[in-house]
Design a binder for this molecule. Structure first.
Ligand code: NAD
Length: 445
């Protein structure tokens, strides 16, 4: 432990803090850099700057090998390799903005120009539109530092395939490590690092930078296509007596050409990566004269999935105006406070447009939702509380806590439960409970 190249990680947010802590926990000396003083101070106190399962455990395991600074030059001086994990928000044209990457690289390349270093590797981990690294970032490093690619510095594109809520576990056990390199030695250096860090023996997918950039957004675009396919199947099952989406997807997923992951049938995908990566895939294809029709249809299906749910709910509210609908689950998936592009947020907007009132609950995302909706909706302190106020309750995430919902929660007769992920056993509810499972026939309702 403690040997190998020294690393720096620029951007200590949801992904960067976890990457830095994992590298340090696995024995690398790591210097984190962020413009956010609170995040830097948290790391230096040995505390997690963001909320993510197992992050604190990794920081504790790093035993003094992890520290942070706001000084780029210091990070360049003490490290051999710098990972850039700063935001790349989507632009209106669907492409990713490279503004934060350019900001950070301008400082880092300036430091490289000043320091008496023989060689340094820059690793772009942020998601970028294909072509960005070679067209924009490498020329920027060369012009600011006055140094030459593959002689004085190397560049890698090395994105992660992690999901919020399981970032650490995903980071330590990836199916594949994607490594694009400006030359083969850069790929080998990164492979050496990941062979120490990964707890499984993942495939090391080494390739050119542009191939790695295309792979990254193609992978997410393909996964979203699978989700939209399963959601379409769920919509068909709703109209077919006797059809059950879970039986169908379990059988489809057993075929190794398909695989069972992300093939569930339920609500739309959301979060900070899937929707925008898919739209970026279409934008990138268009730029090269190709209409990525599958990606565009996936996006369209994803948007309409929530509209269908609004229509379904409208069929069950007692009065057209002013009825209260309980929305249980606000984040884009369980165990995260992130509500970005979540199905629940889109659903609530749709219900408000229909002049319904909404009372919402999520075990950990209520505060983020409050910041978004303010007093346009009501907030419940528990799932039980939602059922007290609403006669129609919708379960929008497969949250463990919701599985406890039973007859004792019901305060109104009749109550409609819309179970988007089929968490509950509808047969257990007695008279007066109208239990509707998305993806099953519900007597045509
Ligand atoms: N969060 C995810 O699930 C996920 C998954 C895969 C890929 N990614 C990609 O990783 C990148 C980072 O995402 P995130 O979710 O960690 O973002 P984030 O917003 O949680 O964190 C980014 C951090 O970068 C810091 N920062 C911004 N500009 C900086 C600069 N010039 N110098 C130093 N620090 C700077 C911010 O203060 C912040 O702490 C994005 O490109 C994203 O697309 C994220």
């Amino acid at each position: 432990m403690g040997s190998g190249p020294a690393l720096s990680v620029v951007g200590l947010g949801k992904l960067g803090a976890c990457s830095a802590a994992c590298f340090a926990a696995k024995g690398f000396q790591v210097t984190g850099v962020d413009i956010n003083r609170d995040f830097v101070d948290a790391i230096n106190r040995g505390e997690a700057p963001v909320r993510e399962p197992r992050l604190q455990e990794m920081i504790n395991l790093s035993q003094g090998r992890l520290r942070a600074t706001r000084d780029y030059e210091e990070a360049m001086r003490v490290s051999d390799i710098t990972f850039l994990i700063v935001p790349t928000p989507s632009r209106t044209d669907g492409h990713f903005s490279d503004k934060y990457l350019k900001d950070a690289l301008t400082h880092l390349a300036g430091a490289l120009g000043k320091l008496d270093k023989e060689y340094h590797i820059f690793v772009i981990t942020s998601t970028v539109s294909p072509g960005t690294t070679e067209k924009t970032l490498i020329p920027l490093i060369e012009s600011v530092s006055g140094r030459k690619l593959n002689r004085d510095f190397g560049v890698s594109y090395n994105p992660e395939f992690i999901a919020l809520g399981s970032v650490i576990t995903d980071f330590l056990n990836p199916d594949m490590v994607l490594i694009g390199g400006s030359d083969p030695s850069v790929c080998e250096t990164l492979e050496g690092i990941y062979s120490v860090v990964c707890e499984n023996r993942p495939r090391m997918a080494k390739m050119s930078i542009i191939s790695a950039e295309v792979t990254k957004i193609s992978l997410n675009s393909f996964v979203t296509m699978k989700i939209s396919f399963a959601n379409t199947l769920a919509n068909i099952c709703r109209r077919m007596p006797g059809a059950d989406i879970d039986h169908i997807t379990a059988a489809l997923g057993a075929d190794k050409r398909i695989s069972p992951h992300y093939l569930k049938g339920g609500l739309s995908f959301g979060g900070p990566c899937f929707p925008r990566d898919n739209r970026a895939f279409a934008a990138f294809a268009r730029e090269h004269g190709v209409e990525a029709r599958l990606a565009m249809a996936t996006d369209e299906i994803n948007r309409t999935q929530t509209d269908l749910l609004v229509d379904m709910i409208m069929g069950h509210v007692p009065e057209a105006d002013g009825s209260v609908v309980g929305v249980l689950g606000l984040a884009y998936k369980p165990n995260t406070p992130v509500i970005e592009e979540s199905a629940a947020i889109r659903l609530i907007e749709g219900l408000l447009e229909k002049n319904l009132e909404v009372i919402a609950y999520d075990p950990i995302a209520t505060d983020t939702a409050r910041a978004h909706f303010g007093d346009r909706i009501l907030y419940a302190s528990s799932a039980r509380d939602c059922f007290q106020s609403a006669t129609v309750c919708v379960l929008t995430t497969p949250c463990e806590e919701f599985k406890a919902i039973d007859g004792s929660y019901i305060a109104h007769n009749p109550t409609t439960i819309v179970d988007c992920w089929r968490l509950l056993d509808g047969a257990k509810f007695g008279e007066g409970i109208n239990y509707l499972a998305l993806g099953r026939y519900n007597n045509g309702k």
